[in-house]
Design a protein around this ligand. Structure first.
Ligand code: SAH
Length: 259
């Protein structure tokens, strides 16, 4: 288990838009008790903060090493698998797993050489649709319907515990040699989505409609595909050619109409 605290640990806990610094400290403690040390914070309201340090109760190294990021893409850099924890479904059609199933998925991805993020939302609003859109699956802790929301750090504890149970039971060894063709990470996927949106614009696909819904659907589709870097390069090539043809067609169109 000493590999768990190694710098190459494939698992990170990502807390998004955390409002209360005490929760960050409690989450660090919860992670540390189960052997996890990599914490990434996306737009925390207050960090570093004395309340975080107080609640960490000695898990100071986790806080000291925590990454602080301006957006989710930066927080997920290097990860090709993100599992969002949410008390509610929120209309995003993602595979939904129990904490135990989620831990199995996380370990299976790590065994393929992938880095995995476990993503937690803001205390009041949870993970929003746009944030869940970066995830490949969702874990719901099966709380009661009329009081479903756990404290953030307690949700971290439940998931960290399930991860530890799964690792203790794992005989494959989660740090097996990485696969040759790794899935694209969050940064590469974001570059692809930017290119896709631009190309769709260039061919006037949206025709005045707002692109939000269709882009969310396309994100979901391509997230599900778990493309590797080579496949992503092919798609970039197709998009670049599409844009080139659209430019030519534009020129041709102007020539034809303009004389
Ligand atoms: N009102 C918010 C709750 C936020 S609690 C909502 O309905 O989503 C803060 C975070 O703790 C959540 O974003 C989620 O990551 C985690 N969490 C709390 N309860 C959970 C549950 N039952 N299942 C999964 N995650 C949960």
């Amino acid at each position: 288990m000493s590999l768990l605290v190694d710098a190459v640990t494939p698992f990170r806990f990502v807390l998004v838009r955390t409002a209360h610094p005490g929760n960050i400290g409690s989450a660090a403690r919860a992670m540390r008790t189960m052997g996890f040390t990599r914490l990434d914070l996306v737009l925390p309201a207050h960090f570093p903060d004395p309340q975080a340090t107080a609640m960490a109760a000695g898990a100071d190294a986790v806080l000291a090493d925590a990454g602080v990021h301006p957006d989710m893409i930066a927080g997920l850099a290097g990860c090709s698998m993100a599992i969002g924890l949410s008390a509610r479904r929120r209309g995003v059609q993602l595979p939904e797993w129990s904490p135990r199933e989620g831990a199995q998925q996380a370990l299976a991805a790590a065994a393929r050489g992938e880095q995995v993020a476990l993503v937690f939302g803001n205390e009041r609003t949870g993970l929003e649709n746009a944030e869940l859109a970066h995830c490949h699956g969702m874990v719901r802790i099966p709380s009661v319907d009329d009081f479903s929301s756990l404290n953030l750090a307690q949700a971290v504890q439940v998931m960290a515990y399930e991860m530890r149970l799964a690792m203790l039971a794992d005989t494959r060894g989660t740090l097996a040699a990485p696969a040759a063709n790794l899935p694209a990470d969050a940064v590469q996927m974001e570059q692809f989505f930017t290119h896709l949106e631009q190309a769709l614009d260039d061919i006037d696909f949206h025709k005045g409609r707002t692109p939000t819904t269709v882009m969310l659907r396309l994100r979901k589709l391509f997230q599900r595909a778990q493309m590797d870097e080579r496949e992503l390069r092919i798609l970039h090539g197709i998009l670049a050619d599409t844009q080139r043809m659209a430019r030519l067609a534009g020129v041709a169109g102007r020539d034809a109409s303009g004389g």
